[in-house]
Design a protein. Structure first.
Length: 489
């Protein structure tokens, strides 16, 4: 039995929310229906209450059940699947369409393991993608985290090589210090960062969580543990695991490069780093071919990456070539000493020439894939904008962000009812329908990605301490749209 407001899984379409429960007369008989809105597609579906089991409609799993899902994904002592393709297809599709979350997990695991021994057929790849997409969305909601993080965790489960495990136990670099009176009540991760040079805060956090730090000979896995004066802290840093990421020769538009860093003009459509479903064609794959010694800098899955841009956002992104540069640039981003200027084409004419949006941003209360200014746990966020040019029912904004929240610009502009043109997540993809003349409406309808560009980037060079400033030229699609808009008065 579901109630209005409940989140539920409809395997054939994804995760949705029960909008209402309605009674309708069908062939002279009254029937009750759940009216459900699918979160990703906004599709409205009417499900007969008596057909809930038949269509596989089920509740979102809770946090306690998540551990069982991960146990299923990690299980390896399973008999080989010797069924014919037709039988396997029927069994797997039945589990995906009407099975429990555990059965969907089994399908995903079996297909990933099958993939190790052979190339999957088109049908098998499609089933794997369907099972993974469904499971990722459900786990992200259950764990109240980002889908990208769940994708990375699943990818890690299936990319682990048991033969590499012993390398963690060898050649460890050991560090030790005794907490002073000044360090009393300081967070463990901050104190470790002060005592070990050239290592990022995120790396230290991972070391603590992974069990490489002891306080008074007791394993401590809480980065926020408060030290006491006299505490003896021991840190062991395991050697970096060989990266399994593959270099790919992909042309890069380089705005600046020296022995410590490089700045790329990232094209729209390129994912920054590998994740489940994006193991190739990413910026990291291209960087590994361009910088052969990049592996091991920062995160193993994101070597050299200091900050990110959304897949469909183009423009400036800086990459560190060594650990010292990575640590210092990360600090500058954290301390908000990096100047980032964006250009965005938005719907509507702004009421003033400039302004500031100061609205907290947090995870959307229902759709965990989105960010929102209505979140109960929003973090302070500030976006400064000014009108660079005005067109008919469209504005070109120059934007300076003081904070760097996920989807900050897109979320803030949507909140003030000026969404970025082409943004499918924050209301910028369908506004064209209410615009006249028809030719302008048709022009905006054809925009296939958010018109957002990381235009300028400026920071202090970690080694020379000189100011580095670059500007990325507009991508062709955005340039062409601006030219077309000039013809409308």
């Amino acid at each position: 039995m579901f109630h209005v407001g409940d989140l539920a899984v409809y395997p054939a379409h994804g995760v949705g929310k029960i909008e209402s429960v309605e009674s309708k007369e069908i062939s002279g008989a009254k029937q009750d229906f759940y009216i459900m809105r699918i979160l990703e597609t906004e599709m409205i579906i009417m499900i007969p209450v008596q057909n809930v089991d038949a269509v596989g409609l089920r509740e979102i799993i809770n946090r306690k059940q998540v551990s069982k899902v991960y146990k299923i994904l990690k299980k390896r002592d399973i008999p080989p699947d010797n069924q014919t393709w037709n039988r396997r297809y029927r069994d797997y599709m039945d589990k995906i369409k009407t099975g429990s979350v555990y059965e969907v997990s089994e399908v995903l695991r079996d297909l990933f393991l099958l993939k190790v021994g052979k190339d999957l057929s088109f049908g098998e790849r499609k089933m794997l993608d369907t099972a993974q997409s469904l499971l990722v969305k459900e786990l992200a909601i259950a764990m109240k985290t980002e889908e990208e993080k769940i994708e990375e965790e699943i990818h890690t489960i299936f990319s682990q090589n048991d033969d590499d495990d012993t390398s963690i136990l060898q050649d460890k670099s050991a560090h030790q210090f005794v907490a002073s009176q000044e360090e009393a009540k300081q967070r463990l991760d901050l104190a470790v960062a002060d005592h070990i040079a050239n290592i990022s805060r995120s790396h230290i956090t991972n070391l603590i969580k992974e069990g490489h730090v002891h306080v008074n000979d007791v394993l401590t896995q809480k980065p926020g543990y408060r030290l006491k004066a006299g505490d003896t802290v021991k840190i062991t840093i395991p050697p970096l695991k060989p990266s399994k990421l593959m270099p790919e020769e992909t042309p890069l538009s380089i705005l600046h490069e020296d022995k410590d860093l490089l700045i790329i003009n990232k094209p729209h459509g390129m994912v920054v780093h590998p994740a489940a479903g994006h193991n190739s064609g990413t910026l990291v794959n291209a960087l590994l071919a361009h910088c052969t010694d990049l592996k091991g800098i920062g995160d193993e899955r994101r070597p050299g990456i200091v900050h990110r841009l959304d897949k469909e956002t183009s423009g400036c992104i800086v990459v560190a070539k060594n650990e010292e540069t990575h640590t210092e640039l990360s600090r500058q981003f954290k301390d908000r000493n990096v100047k980032k200027v964006y250009l965005a084409l938005v719907y509507g004419i702004m009421r003033t020439k400039s302004g500031t949006i100061s609205l907290p941003i947090g995870r959307h209360p229902v759709d965990r894939k989105k960010m929102s200014t209505q979140s109960k746990h929003g973090r302070p966020s500030e976006t400064i904008w000014k009108v660079k040019k005005s067109f008919k029912k469209v504005s070109l904004l120059e934007i300076n962000i003081k904070t760097g929240r996920t989807h900050q610009i897109r979320t803030h502009l949507s909140a003030i009812r000026h969404p970025v043109i082409g943004d499918p997540t924050y209301g910028g993809q369908k506004r064209w329908a209410n615009i006249s003349p028809k030719a302008l409406s048709e022009l905006l309808r054809k925009v296939r990605r958010q018109m957002l560009h990381a235009w300028k980037l400026s920071f202090k060079h970690p080694r020379t301490e000189e100011r580095v400033s670059v500007e990325a030229p507009l991508p062709e699609d955005m340039e062409n749209l601006l030219k077309a808009l000039k013809s409308y008065k």
